[in-house]
Design a binder for this molecule. Structure first.
Ligand code: COA
Length: 166
């Protein structure tokens, strides 16, 4: 397990430590629908949110970024009270509670910033760790879009739409 962990909102300076985590997870191609060879500028602009969204980092006891998350409106206009969230933990630090801590933080952050629900549009059904984590944080699977994700090893698998009220 990690020792002391701090979660806070990002500053622009954090990107240099976020990018290696983002690049490694996206290059694996098994959890997100980003282009596996996404350019750094495109990654930065999609991950570093502006209000009414937010981007967060988790730091270990040496101040190194070990995970990151974003919250932003899932839709515009009259759908903007539903938040969307995204999460990436350094593969070297997976399974140590960072994802759970970011999940809890982001739910609290979304609630205190006026969002009324949180929805994940595309949780790869074979991503057992993520699905178990989100279920334990109060999300339910509303439906599974069949064969919506082309997993690099498993071929076409479903994408869960997951939801919880705040
Ligand atoms: C999914 C992810 C965010 C989880 O973060 P993490 O720090 O590895 O997860 P945690 O250590 O907080 O574990 C959370 C829960 O996952 C579950 N879990 C852990 N390892 C698991 C495994 N091998 N199989 C199934 N469930 C597992 C447990 O329920 C655990 O709960 P616990 O706290 O009761 O032990 C992280 O692994 C990640 O970034 N993966 C790649 C990107 C990704 O998939 N993002 C989410 C897309 S929806």
């Amino acid at each position: 397990m990690l020792g002391e962990m701090l979660i806070r909102e990002t500053t622009e300076k954090d990107w240099d430590q976020i990018w290696p985590i983002f690049r490694q997870i996206v290059a694996a191609g098994d959890t997100y629908g980003y282009d596996v060879d996404i350019k750094e500028d495109d990654a930065r602009s999609s991950w570093m949110q502006k209000p009414p969204g937010g981007t967060f980092v988790a730091l270990d006891d040496r101040g190194h970024i070990v995970g990151t998350a974003t919250v932003h409106p899932n839709q515009g206009g009259n759908g903007s009270h539903v938040a969307n969230g995204s999460y990436m933990v350094s593969p070297a630090r997976a399974g140590q509670g960072v994802g759970r801590a970011l999940g809890e933080y982001s739910i609290d952050w979304a609630r205190t910033h006026g969002y009324r629900a949180m929805q994940f549009n595309a949780v790869v059904e074979t991503n057992e760790r993520a699905v178990a984590l989100w279920m334990s944080l109060g999300f339910e699977i509303l439906t599974t879009v069949p064969a919506a994700f082309n997993h690099p090893d498993l071929g076409y698998v479903g994408l869960h739409i997951m939801h919880r009220t705040l």
